[in-house]
Ligand binder design. Structure first.
Ligand SMILES: [Zn+2]
Length: 70
C-alpha cells in the first residue's frame, strides 16, 4: 500500500503512520520496534510504520530502516 492503493479492495484512501504505539510492559508512548540497542543508548531498532486502508481496514507493517537489522 506504499503506492497508495489497497490490494484487497482497491481503495485509494490509505492512512500512513510512521509510529505504531506500543503500550506493552508499561510502556507509555513508545513506537513499536523489533528491539532496542544497548541499555545506555536505548535506541529503537527496526521501528515499524503502518499503512491502513480506510475502505476495508487492511493493514501493512514495514520496518522503516532495514539497515538496522542484524
Ligand atoms: Zn481496502
Amino acid at each position: 500500500m506504499k503506492r497508495g492503493t489497497c490490494p484487497k479492495c482497491t481503495s485509494s484512501q490509505v492512512h500512513h503512520s510512521a509510529c505504531v504505539m506500543d503500550r506493552g510492559d508499561g510502556n507509555a508512548a513508545l513506537c513499536l520496534a523489533l528491539g532496542r540497542s544497548d541499555p545506555i543508548e536505548a535506541r529503537d531498532l527496526g521501528q515499524f510504520e503502518v499503512y491502513v486502508c480506510r475502505g476495508c481496514g487492511f493493514s501493512e507493517f514495514y520496518v522503516i530502516d532495514t539497515s538496522e537489522l542484524e
